[in-house]
Structure formats: C-alpha cells, structure tokens
Write a protein that binds this ligand. Structure first.
Ligand code: 4NP
Length: 161
C-alpha cells in the first residue's frame, strides 16, 4: 500500500515545492520511498509547468534539498481521491481547497503547521514578495512540521522503516 501526500500553497513555486523536497528527503532517508508518494500543487494556475522560484531552490539547496526536478501544477478536485493527506500551507489555501473538496471528502485535509511541535503560528508565511529571510523561516517551519507529519503517518498507516 502506498500512502500519498500532497502539499499545497498558492503558486506552487515557493512553499509547497519546499515542503515536497523536504518531506521527500525525510521519506527517502527512512527507506520509505516506495511506500510514500509525495507531490505538490498550487491553488492558482499562474506558474503551471514552471520550476520553483530560484530563491526557494537556493535556500533549500543550502540545507541539502534538491528542488530542481519539481514543476508547478494547479490543485484539482481529483486530488482529493488521488491523495490520502493534503496539507495546506496557510488558511487561505485551506479555504480554497475546501471549495474544491468533493462532498464525499476524500483525502484528510489539514494545515501543515497543525502537525508542528512548539510553533504557535498556524500559517507558513508567503515569502514571495518579502526579503530573502522569509525563505529560511519557511524552511524552519516546514522541517519541523514535516518531521512530525511523517511520524504521524507512519503510526496511522502502520509503516515501519
Ligand atoms: P507560493 O508563493 O504560494 O509559496 O508558491 C507565491 C508564489 C507566487 C505568487 C504568490 C505566492 N504570485 O503572486 O505569483
């Protein structure tokens, strides 16, 4: 059985590809690459087919994460049947995803930071228009939440490494 995990932000060029790369690295490091499928998407279609923002790629690469193969796509209603967990980066993404969500529910939909430990924020702030420091904060928040998300998924789905 494969567990399928989708990270969603607005443009799919900053926060959700960062979460995709970070979570994929954690999954691979635990030898779970064949059992956990990871993807990312944006609620907007503006950057469809584009690589991540170079600032996201650079800050991620400094921590050893490779985002170079990722390409943006828009989240669609079918993602709720294709994925088991959908993690929204902020409250606006969450409310946009709820509008896409079919009435029969499908994937478990949460804010990513609801899995974080010791962080009071609910939203991963959008770094796109800010100065470069926003990208390091995004990585700090995502690393924390993704580590705990993986522990939870392993427990819930009975995965061991
Ligand atoms: P993301 O950041 O949602 O983390 O990918 C953004 C990327 C692009 C835009 C906004 C946010 N934009 O307005 O193009």
């Amino acid at each position: 059985m494969t567990v399928r995990v989708l990270f969603v932000c607005l443009g799919n060029i900053c926060r959700s590809p960062t979460a995709h790369g970070v979570f994929q690295a954690m999954v691979d490091a635990q030898g779970l690459g064949e059992r956990v499928w990871v993807d990312s998407a944006g609620t907007a279609a503006w950057h469809e087919g584009k690589a991540p923002d170079p600032r996201s790629s650079d800050f991620a690469a400094r921590r050893g994460y490779d985002l170079s193969q990722l390409r943006a796509r828009q989240a669609i209603a079918e993602d709720f049947s294709r994925f088991d967990y959908i993690l929204a980066m902020d409250s606006e993404n969450l409310s946009n995803l709820k509008q896409l969500q079919p009435t029969d529910g499908g994937a478990q939909l949460d804010l990513l930071l609801s899995y974080a430990d010791g962080i009071e924020r609910t939203d991963v702030p959008d770094p796109y228009y800010g100065n470069g420091q926003g990208f390091d904060l995004v990585l700090d928040l995502i690393e924390n939440a993704c580590a705990h998300l993986l522990v939870r998924i392993k427990e819930e789905r009975g995965l061991s490494c």
